[in-house]
Design a protein around this ligand. Structure first.
Ligand code: ATP
Length: 216
């Protein structure tokens, strides 16, 4: 999307955060919001918010703040909220099952369409309303899938990634500890929950917040 290309990546990463909060405001029939209010809610400093919003052509008015409706309209367009993005999940273990049961559509239009597993006892089930197919059916079932959530064992991660890339996946949300390799043009976001937890504990121990002027 050309419009989105102009937005710095760091700003783009904050979009879903803003979007979720503004959606809540909208549901509560609030029509405007100040950058201070936003800042407290999403934990991003207000100077950053003002800079981010200036990329969207939203220049808050002094004493008025931002127009919620306008911002939501922009975010919907930019995040493609009006088109449901097709998502598949590979590996219906403990973590995969939790994701299938988690209702992503509460906050936006992303929805897991189908899931795949190698374990025959899981195939044919429906979890959280999502059908589970055998991994052998991957290439037959997915056509215009854009994003795949990877929750397979680490030893399977690269092999499954290669198959996903072959079938045209453009994004992979990797929850395995494996560092997977993909060709240029395929985007991988890596979320290693164990590492995140370990790093949080490390930071709490070594960099207590009151010693670093409250920065995150
Ligand atoms: P569980 O207790 O259900 O095994 P887990 O998260 O501890 O969950 P893992 O060994 O991490 O289990 O495997 C996650 C899931 O990935 C399992 O459901 C497993 O059957 C599935 N899986 C393993 N290999 C593949 C594969 N090649 N393709 C698809 N799914 C696979």
């Amino acid at each position: 999307m050309s419009e989105q290309n102009k937005i710095p990546q760091a700003t783009a990463r904050r979009l879903p955060l803003y979007y979720r909060f503004l959606n809540n405001l909208h549901a509560q029939e609030k029509f405007r919001v100040s950058s201070k209010e936003l800042s407290e809610a999403v934990k991003v400093d207000s100077a950053t918010i003002r800079r981010d919003f200036s990329y969207f052509g939203a220049l808050g008015k002094k004493g008025y703040g931002y127009n919620v409706e306008y911002l939501l309209g922009f975010f919907r367009k930019t995040l493609d909220q009006d088109d449901v993005t097709n998502i598949v999940l590979i590996g219906v273990g403990n973590l995969g099952t939790a994701f299938l049961q988690y209702n992503f559509t509460k906050n936006n239009n992303t929805k897991i369409e189908m899931a795949f597993d190698a374990d025959k006892s899981k195939v044919g089930q429906e979890i959280g309303g999502v059908p589970v197919y055998h991994i052998d059916e991957l290439e037959d079932k997915i056509s215009d899938i854009t994003v795949a959530i990877l929750t397979v064992p680490v030893s399977e991660a690269q092999n499954i990634t290669d198959r996903l890339v072959q079938t045209g996946a453009s994004g992979i949300l990797n929850f395995t500890p494996a560092r997977i390799t993909v060709p240029e043009g395929v985007r991988v976001h890596h979320i290693d929950l164990a590492v995140e937890l370990q790093s949080l504990v490390y930071f709490i121990k070594h960099y207590p917040l009151d010693e670093v002027d409250g920065s995150q």
